[in-house]
Each structure stands twice: as C-alpha cells, then as structure tokens.
Design a protein. Structure first.
Length: 184
C-alpha cells in the first residue's frame, strides 16, 4: 500500500486501477532487474559482454535493496540470483548466495547510506562489488574443485564499479518518479 493509504483519515475507496498501479510500482524493482539482466545478454558484440550479466544483477540488487527494500525482498533477490546462475552458467547456488549477501550488506547500511552523496554510495558499492567478486571466485573454485583464474573476477569487479553510474542514475530517476508507490 502507498503511504497515504496507511495514514489515518478518510480516503476514497481503492479502485481496481489504483490497486493495479500500486502493485505495478511495487513490482517495478524486480521486473526492471530481470529485464536488465536479459537485456545484458543481447548479442551486441561487446568485448567482455559475459561479465555484464552479473554486473547488472549486482548493481540492481544493491540499488533497490538500499532504496526500496520492501519491493526487493529476499525471495525476489534469491530468484534474481537463481536466474543469474541459470543464464550465466554458474554452479547452482552461487548467484543466490552472492545476491543475498549483497542484499544483507545493503540492509545493514540502509540507515546510513541513502542519505549520503552519490559518490559515497558509489565508493561503498565498489568495495562491496570487489568483495562479492572475490566471494564468487571462491565459491566457484570450491564447487568445481579447481582453482579458477582470477582475471575474469577482477574484470567483473572493475566493470561493476565502472558501470554503477550508468545503471544507478536511470534507476534513481525512476525511483523518484513513476516507480514510487507513494505517488500512486
């Protein structure tokens, strides 16, 4: 429900259109995350394009977990991680664990971070992305019983740090406008 619907007072009856509008606004973070993940798989011929999928997933989970935690719940985050495993050819469970860890870190920093400047959020995301990439490398190495080369993981961490503004700024604009349930 929107904030105005939770406050005491007289309100008009919720129509079907208003209920659908509120539901769409709550579904927006998960839906956009899934759509951006699928879009990152489009065959556009970029060098290192395979690293876009985990980068986009990590960025979306981080952003929406900080700014709209009610809409980016742990089951939605787990489904995003599961889809990451299936689309990225990772061992099952790696994406779910890494995305849920990202969600947990964002929840711990939620009281402090949304009020900070964009550069501070970006810097902390860069540190989290490096840690998650290292965790991803360790999990894949452990689950495949072989030492995976660290080069792609380092590239993925750098790409996540570089791509954060390109993904987060449009998400921020959407969060403050048409995706906000309080504006429904």
């Amino acid at each position: 429900m929107a904030l105005s619907d939770r406050l005491p007072g007289v309100r008009p009856h919720l129509t079907l259109g208003r209920r659908l509008d509120i539901a769409w606004r709550y579904a927006f973070p998960g839906t956009t995350s899934l759509m951006l993940m699928l879009l990152s798989l489009a065959p556009i011929g970029l060098w290192g394009q395979a690293a876009l999928l985990p980068t986009v997933a990590l960025t979306c989970v981080w952003f929406w977990s900080l700014f709209r935690p009610a809409a980016m719940s742990p089951p939605v985050v787990f489904l995003i991680g599961l889809l990451l495993d299936l689309l990225g050819f990772l061992p099952l469970g790696v994406g779910g664990v890494t995305m849920l860890t990202t969600y947990g870190i964002a929840q711990r920093l939620r009281r402090f971070l949304p009020r900070q400047a964009f550069a501070v959020v970006w810097l902390i995301f860069t540190a989290v992305a490096c840690g998650i990439a290292l965790m991803n490398w360790a999990l894949v190495s452990a689950l495949t019983f072989s030492l995976v080369p660290p080069g792609p993981v380092l590239f993925q961490a750098g790409l996540a740090a570089a791509m954060y503004p390109a993904v987060a700024i449009p998400l921020m604009l959407a969060h403050r406008s048409f995706a906000d349930p309080d504006l429904a």
